[in-house]
Design a protein around this ligand. Structure first.
Ligand code: 9MR
Length: 868
């Protein structure tokens, strides 16, 4: 693929042409004025990207020019450089290289077109002498050899004195006109390339000119026809602009590997039908977070030698953070130790709002095991399930991973005694954008804290409140730290309700601006109430417009709109809402799920997202998955299989049933994304570096094309085509913690569904009664009724507490507790429970005084009971 290049309108030369000699190419007549431009972002109007540097100070764009400080005393010109990769050169073609350059006090500069790795073969070079005033340099030459991906490098070392060097209007005109980009979309039959659950929905889409129904065949790995039928013509699909048919082969339920779907003379990518399809997706998607960790060496023995790297940002040169990070000038008078956490995405920034939703989703993936019948017990998320250094510490690994970020988020809180104490700084990142690739420990940029914001503070309050209840059984001291931070943050946000991050603050890191924070207030109040049970938080959440409003957007939720997080937790985490109010909250979730089901039915590619261009935006893959999370939650709440089917089907789009025939998850599917934008996983730019690890989600199709690479390559694309698997396209192809957290949540849900067979009818009913509390304790009684048709001969009942409750003395059952999970086994005298019969046991327990609702799920012999 040869990407087209932006054509630059060159400015007139600022001053006289400087003598230039082409040492490797042959001087020649200039190519025609309309010759194609081969340099990306040569006028720096799109910022630093895709320019990189080495041996210089940080690159930055100042007054529209790319500038850097170059140290004096470097031995050779090539000891410092500024350049870009991926410049296509055609053997024997004429080119004109031009650039404006200035250097203070004055410097020799050599522009070289070369092979970007050893032996650094030069195709052409241009020498210039730069002074304090910008001068235009232009030289025409013919290159002797072709290279589809050469490097243009300005060698700027070898001067005695330190220089401030600036470039502008860098242009290389000549060579082949850009080939129109035609993505390789493979077979016209689009399937979930990973496969389908035996009892789940099985849908595909075929791109065809045909307007009448077409016959289809499902074939085994050996080619035998195992099912057949006819397609449903769907006309022109708005999102892709294609004429398509859909195919439903859900009636095929037999597990098999290497199946293909054959329609219209085309054979799909192979896929499986299996109940173990998604077993590894849970761990793969969670493993991404370890690979993104800051402040700790990544252990190759845990996740593969290719991913091993030194700790980033622990104050070791050339890093300039994160152990004592000052604020941006004028923002604060202190420095904070903000080590740790996860790098947000392809950059090295760490942002509290995005860390907030990502941490929420990891914690919620765990909390779901306490209330969702298919996740009961949480063994699949227990200690030893992930390859993290903390495995074996007695704490579920997903909590260990979430804690890595929680500790960082807590460090972002303004210390007591300082102005705005209790607020959280919005973000910490490099002062200027860096180039790709760049290992975290090699980042030389100064790091800065950006002003505290209300949104960040409420994110901290919400996830610290979650932390307090979920860590209570494992680490009481940490839970208490979280609780204190959450309450302090919430109070600080109430006192400073309108401090917004600036949309203009996007140099060196993303803005993550958000000037509507009623949703953050709602979410934080919900989490604090669920944890503490304190009436003030209930009053606040009840008064919020979001409590009665519709919080579920057809386009899903994300870091900027978090009211849905509060609503989902109110619907699922046990709490003391009156029954009618709880029913209203829960039916708002099923109503949203119904709307997503309707949308998925309207879309010929079967995804729960509208088909207009506004629905394909930066990171929309995570919103599509978050709509699947709503569908999955509706299933957890109701046991109605149509919602599970909807959640399952949504993933077909992500895993290959789409216009580009691509799986957006690295390592998952026959043809998957593998060049996501990342400074760490820079394999596309440097083969010595790894690809993103298996289980890394790309942001996905983005019709707004907010990066120069996508703009040039994809201009005019239909929404579902606005994606390119290239490391340069950060607006369509980045990785990010908040996108992978959505994948982890749904990956865990899908793994829990096994074959997705019939939902078992409940055979037990449970009444849980709190018979009275006193400071530090309470007593409860549980009555089990056998509502099935066969007698129980021995029973084990299980449920989880919400926070720090600990069972003490028990009667009429042997009761033990591990983490928050309580297990009650029958005594010999009450082992048998006949159909219609009941058995009652009770216990006393201690509590630290937080919320103490009854459990959200009780299982008897592994089956979920109805609760009353
Ligand atoms: O995910 C963010 C998306 O919603 C915004 O539209 C976009 C532009 O502001 O920024 C995205 O977040 C990026 C952040 O700003 C910097 N780190 C990488 C993030 C993912 O691309």
């Amino acid at each position: 693929m040869t990407p087209s290049r932006r054509r630059l309108a060159l400015l007139a030369a600022a001053t006289t042409l400087v003598l230039a000699g082409a040492t490797a190419g042959t001087a020649h007549a200039a190519p025609p004025p309309d010759a194609p431009e081969q340099i990306d972002n040569g006028d720096f109007s799109a910022g630093v990207s895709p320019w990189f540097s080495y041996g210089t100070g940080p690159l930055g764009v100042t007054d529209g020019r790319l500038c850097a400080t170059v140290p004096g005393g470097l031995a050779n010109p090539w000891d410092a450089g500024i350049g870009q990769d991926g410049v296509p050169l055609v053997a024997g073609a004429e080119y004109t290289l031009g650039f404006d350059v200035s250097a203070t006090p004055g410097s020799a500069v050599k522009a070289v077109l070369q092979l970007g790795s050893a032996p650094y073969t030069a195709y052409a070079s241009v020498d210039a002498t730069a002074g304090g005033t910008a001068q235009r340099v232009e030289q025409t030459f013919t290159v002797p050899d072709g290279n589809p991906s050469a490097q243009l490098i300005f060698q700027v070392g070898g001067n005695a004195a330190e220089q401030t060097l600036c470039l502008d209007n860098v242009s290389l005109r000549g060579g082949d006109p850009p080939e129109p980009y035609v993505p390789d979309t493979g077979p016209r039959v689009r399937v979930n390339q990973v496969g389908y659950l035996p009892g789940g929905p099985k849908n595909a889409t075929v791109v065809t000119e045909a307007t009448e129904a077409l016959p289809w065949q499902l074939r085994s790995a050996t080619g035998a026809v195992v099912a057949s039928g006819t397609s449903t013509p769907r006309g022109t699909d708005a999102a892709s602009g294609q004429n398509v048919h859909s195919i439903d082969f859900s009636t095929y339920r037999t597990p098999a590997a290497g199946l293909t779907l054959v329609v219209d003379g085309e054979t799909s990518h192979p896929f499986d039908v299996s109940g173990t399809l998604y077993d590894r997706l849970r761990a793969d998607s969670l493993q991404f977070f370890y690979a993104q960790r800051s402040g700790i060496a990544i252990d190759g023995d845990l996740i593969g030698a290719a991913y091993a790297r030194p700790a980033g940002h622990l104050g070791v040169a050339p890093n300039q953070g994160d152990t004592s990070v000052p604020c941006q000038p004028g923002v604060c008078g202190y420095s904070l130790d903000v080590r740790g956490g996860w790098y947000d995405a392809g950059d090295h920034g760490k942002y509290v709002v995005n860390g907030g939703i990502a941490t929420y989703q990891l914690l919620n993936t765990f909390e779901r095991t306490r209330t969702a019948a298919t996740a009961a017990g949480g063994a699949a998320l227990g200690d030893g399930t992930l390859r993290v250094p903390e495995r074996g510490n007695g704490v579920p690994d997903v909590l260990d991973e979430a804690r890595w970020e929680l500790e960082f988020l807590l460090r972002m809180q303004v210390p007591a005694g300082e102005p705005l104490a209790g607020m959280a700084h919005h973000k910490i990142h490099d002062r200027n954008w860096t180039g790709l690739p760049l290992a975290p420990h090699a980042d030389p940029q100064p790091r800065e804290l950006h002003p505290p914001s209300t949104a960040a503070t409420l994110n901290l309050a919400a996830v610290a409140a979650q932390c307090a209840r979920l860590f209570a059984p494992y680490d009481a001291a940490f839970a208490t730290r979280c609780a204190t931070a959450a309450k302090t943050a919430y109070a600080a946000a109430r006192a400073n309700p309108a401090r917004y991050a600036s949309p203009a603050d996007s140099t060196g890191g993303g803005a993550y601006d958000d000037s509507t924070v009623t949703d953050e207030f709602y979410w934080a109040a919900v989490e604090l109430w669920l944890t503490t049970g304190a009436s003030a938080y209930l009053a606040d959440l009840t008064a919020s417009p979001h409590h009665s409003g519709d919080v579920f957007d057809p386009r899903g939720f994300g870091w900027q709109g978090v009211a849905a997080l509060g609503r989902l937790d109110l619907a699922t985490v046990p709490n003391g809402l009156p029954a009618a109010e709880l029913a209203r909250i829960r039916s708002s979730v099923t109503a949203a799920a119904d709307a997503h089901l309707a949308e998925l039915g309207r879309q010929a590619y079967g995804l729960p997202m509208p088909g207009d261009e506004d629905s394909y935006f930066w990171g929309a893959n995570s919103n599509i998955i978050n709509n699947a999370v709503v569908l999955a939650t509706a299933f957890d709440l109701t046991g109605d299989a149509k919602y599970r089917d909807g959640a399952t089907q949504a993933m077909d789009y992500v895993l290959g049933r789409n216009a580009l025939n691509i799986s957006y998850v690295t390592g998952w599917g026959e043809h998957a994304a593998e060049n996501q934008h990342s400074r760490i996983f820079g394999h596309q730019l440097d083969p010595a570096l790894p690809k993103p690890p298996a289980g890394s989600l790309a942001g996905g199709a983005n019709a707004a094309l907010q990066d120069p690479f996508a703009q040039q390559l994809l201009a005019g694309c239909k929404p579902m085509f606005c994606y390119v698997d290239d490391i340069n396209s950060y607006a369509t192809n980045e990785v990010a913690i908040n996108w992978n957290s959505a994948l982890a949540w749904i990956g865990s849900f899908l793994a829990d569904q096994g074959d997705a067979g019939a939902v078992p009818a409940s055979t037990c009913a449970v009444t849980y009664t709190n018979h009275g509390s006193w400071p530090g304790g309470f007593t409860a009684q549980v009555t089990l009724r056998n509502t099935g048709t066969t007698a129980l001969n021995g029973w084990t009942a299980r449920f989880a507490f919400t926070g720090d409750q600990k069972v003490g003395h028990a009667w009429s059952a042997k009761v033990t507790q591990s983490g928050a999970t309580v297990t009650a086994k029958n005594e010999s005298y009450n082992a048998r429970v006949n159909p219609g019969g009941t058995v009652t046991f009770g216990f006393t327990a201690t509590t630290g005084g937080g919320a103490n609702p009854g459990p959200g799920l009780v299982t008897v012999n592994g089956s979920a009971c109805t609760l009353s």
